[in-house]
Design a protein around this ligand. Sequence first.
Ligand SMILES: *Cc1c(COP(=O)(O)O)cnc(C)c1O
Length: 392
Amino acid sequence: MDVQFAERLQKLPPYPFTDLRRKINDAQAKGIKVINLGIGDPDFPTPDPIVQELSRAIGDPDDSDRHRYGCDIPVPEFPAAVRNFYKQRYGVVLSDDQVITTMGSKDAIVKMSMAILNPGDIGIASTPGYPTYNIGHVFASATTHYAPLLRENNFHIDLDAIPAHVKRLAKILWLNYPNNPTTATADLDFFKRVVEFGRQHNILIAHDSAYSENTYDGYKAPSILEVDGADEVAVEFFSLSKGFNMTGWRLGFVVGNVSAITALDKVKNNIDNGSLRALQFAGAKALSVVDEIIPPINAVYKRRRDMVVDGLNSNGWSLEKPKATIYIWAPVPDGYNGQSTEFATELLEKSGVVVTPGLLYGQWGEGYFRISLTYPDEVIQEAISRLAEMRL
Ligand SMILES: *Cc1c(COP(=O)(O)O)cnc(C)c1O
């Protein structure tokens, strides 16, 4: 029999990358050697100390619980390392009940919406942006209000532009700085205004901090919890995926507002049963050696960032070098009427280079394209020379 998909699946937007995938296959079938710069998934391995701690912990004969449910017998070293990291890095002191371990952020983002949204509620998500905020709303039978990120506002959410009825019905507002895909960063003043907005309208502020460790030129991304009283209205989603080359490991945490964390815990206890203990040990290790392992990783991205920005700038662009994230967000060149899909398709067909059209991150991403820096230097170099030959 063919099962009928639940309404929540029917309400999901079409997976935006399907069409791109097909175009890549078509190009390859025509014999074009494709270079894909589309996906943000670190290409070099997880640092050794983390891998070694995982192997130690999974085989530790003295830990007779090492195979057991990670939620029932959690590893206290992990939340302790999280609290220590927030203290050292941001000067933020967290209590025990302000930390929850997650299986990466994507999972936790959806579960948070399931924990606090009812049918008819609104969640506010920025656009262009990470699609999962909306997916969580759909799974909770809530709806999404998209707040546009505009260049003239430095890609910050314009809180004054959010309509009154949305402020009334919204229960959560998602933001993400350093931002995917725009690479924008936020300072504490902006976070202060968002926290004030949350307090005034009784909206949980959910800050997705996935790129907090991917920073360059001495820039340090702040935590929203550095704002006084932020934990009354805000939570922060931290992921080890992008900063520590650990996308496949599925490890992160959420910190901040206790009631939101309690609600998330309830969903998690009923669905996922927690993370493998060895993984929690490895995560604790990662956070405790963060100052040694992150700089060499970021040195690689910085070198690639400079290659891409310098390469584009000598071909007619005038980009600034982003201070953070593993992406370059660039305007579509003249002659394409700002049509990112048309540009990306022509680029693929003429040069074999795949970039992500901004439109795939939502309507307000139109006019831009995204390049990911998670590819080897020589691949990026080859893509840049092919781009140059196109004389855009
Ligand atoms: C990659 C990404 C995540 C997801 O990270 P995981 O922890 O691997 O699920 C979350 N938010 C943004 C903005 C991302 O780009």
